[in-house]
Structures are given as structure tokens and as C-alpha cells.
Design a binder for this molecule. Structure first.
Ligand code: CAO
Length: 243
């Protein structure tokens, strides 16, 4: 592809050059490769998390006793694990040379962590087999390790799917880039109170925006919509997660 020619910026005003961090260099190279190799589609959806949020708030005392921070992320991890089990076409990698799908029978999910040095994606193993408290503990421990620059290569390997949560920051939707060799990534934006019609009138409900990008070579559009509909259903009533 044609390179981008840089002008001499100093002709426009003062500038300063800084070397990229190692993480920035790796991220830049991976993002370009993923963007150029993967035909992306992003499916948007919403989940009504009013009840989930009430439940999460009820757990505040228990969270303090356990010394963990319980955010929506462990619930989203659990819902994604359930959806990956239900729709295994999202839990594959593509071997285009051999023209084969590599189907995984484990469910390891990465989550993007924003650090001063750049973006890293630690991976939680066997999310389907873990409870919410354990997931909350592992999220906290891995995010801390990431921010302290202590992640080992093995902490970032083996992911089947990634969650990029910008919920604590803001935004209504975005189009995340698939983290190859995975074939899908879920972007989560900030939940907001919205008026929802319940058949009789408008009621205030807490709505979580979801943005699922997937590799259209591996997943078709109908499955993309099925996957986010299931996530919306699971997060709308987390009792579904124990079924
Ligand atoms: N909507 C509204 N509020 C949300 C939310 C959402 N979707 N997700 C989290 N929050 C709230 C949390 O509940 C918490 O509030 P309380 O203390 O009142 O409970 C607050 O936001 C802060 O949460 P957090 O950021 O400490 O924890 P988290 O589990 O949401 O996220 C982590 C952890 C590591 C994912 C996050 O710190 C992070 O790094 N996010 C950035 C990821 C990123 O950069 N993605 C882009 C990648 S592509 O460039």
C-alpha cells in the first residue's frame, strides 16, 4: 500500500519528536495487519442492564468483604462465554493457507487494558467455568499487573475473543478492530438512562451499548445479530446465565 508522506511540520509551528514505546510499536503493527487482513463488520445492539446494575449494587458489601471491585465487566465476560458456547462459529481461528477452520473447545477471553504505555490485552482462561467473584478478582489482578507493567507473555496468549470496555470512559458506540487470530471482539460503551416504552408508557431504563466487530470470512451477518441479541438477553436477565 502507498506510504503516507510526512511534510516538514516545523514549517507550520513548533513540534517535538518522541520515540514510540515497545507496546505502541507492537500495537501499531498488529492493528495495521488486522485492519488490512480482516474484512470487518460491526453489529450494534443494546442491553437493558437496569436489573443487573441493581443486583451489582446490592453486592457492594460482599464486594468490600471480598476486597474486590465488582464492575459490569465480569458479567459481560460471563455472558460472552455463554454466547461463545452457544455460537461456536465465533470461537475459531482461520487457517487461510490450509483453508481450514480451527475450532476451539476452550473459552479464554481477553480484555483490553489502557495503560500509560499503550494498550495491552490480558487473557482470562476458562471463563465459562468461573463464577462472577473469581472473574472480578482475576480482572482486577490482571489490570493491576498490566498497569504495573508486570504482565508476562503467557498472560496475554491463548485468547479466543476480546472485550474492549470503554464504559468507564464514555461514548455511545465504536467499531473495535478484531484481535487476530481471533475472529470477533466486543466493544462496550457507557451505559445511560433512556426512556423505554413498556407498552403503556415510557419508563427509565439503564441501557448498555454493545458493538460487536467480527471477521466476515468466519462469521455471517445473521450470526452476528444472533450473538448480540443473545448477549442482550443474557445481560437483561442474568438469571439466564445459570441455566
Ligand atoms: N457503563 C457505565 N459505567 C461503567 C461501565 C459501563 N459500560 N463499565 C464500567 N463502568 C463503571 C464501573 O462500574 C465503575 O464505577 P463504580 O465504581 O461506580 O462501580 C467505573 O466505571 C470504573 O470502572 P473501571 O474502569 O475501574 O473498571 P472496568 O471493569 O469497567 O474496566 C478495565 C477495567 C481494565 C477494562 C479498564 O480500566 C480499562 O482499561 N478500559 C479501557 C479499555 C480500552 O482502552 N479499550 C480500547 C481498546 S481499543 O483502543
Amino acid at each position: 500500500i502507498p506510504a503516507i508522506k510526512l511534510p516538514d511540520f516545523s514549517q507550520f509551528g513548533a513540534v517535538e519528536r518522541q520515540p514510540m514505546s515497545r507496546i505502541h510499536k507492537i500495537t501499531a503493527s498488529n492493528m495495521s495487519a488486522n485492519w488490512l487482513n480482516i474484512p470487518h463488520v460491526t453489529q450494534f445492539d443494546e442491553a437493558d442492564i437496569t436489573e443487573l446494575e441493581a443486583f451489582r449494587k446490592q453486592q457492594k458489601k460482599m464486594a468490600e468483604l471480598r476486597n474486590v471491585k465488582l464492575t459490569p465487566l465480569p458479567f459481560i465476560l460471563k455472558a460472552c462465554a455463554y454466547a461463545l458456547a452457544q455460537y461456536p462459529q465465533f470461537n475459531v481461528s482461520l487457517d487461510m493457507e490450509k483453508e481450514e477452520f480451527i475450532q476451539k473447545s476452550y473459552i479464554h477471553i481477553g480484555f483490553a487494558v489502557d495503560t500509560p504505555d499503550g494498550l495491552v490485552v490480558p487473557v482470562i482462561r476458562d471463563v465459562d467455568q468461573k463464577g462472577i467473584w473469581q472473574l472480578a478478582e482475576e480482572c482486577m489482578a490482571l489490570a493491576k499487573k498490566a498497569k504495573d507493567k508486570k504482565l508476562l507473555p503467557s498472560d496475554m496468549q491463548g485468547g479466543c475473543f476480546t472485550i474492549s470496555s470503554l464504559g468507564s470512559v464514555g461514548g455511545t458506540a465504536f467499531t473495535p478492530i478484531v484481535n487476530a487470530p481471533e475472529v470477533a471482539i466486543l466493544g462496550v460503551s457507557k451505559a445511560a438512562m433512556k426512556p423505554v416504552y413498556d407498552g403503556e408508557g415510557f419508563v427509565p431504563r439503564l441501557i448498555l451499548p454493545l458493538s460487536l466487530s467480527y471477521d466476515h470470512r468466519a462469521v455471517n451477518g445473521a450470526d452476528g445479530a444472533r450473538f448480540t441479541s443473545l448477549l442482550s438477553e443474557l445481560l437483561g436477565d442474568i438469571r439466564n446465565l445459570v441455566l
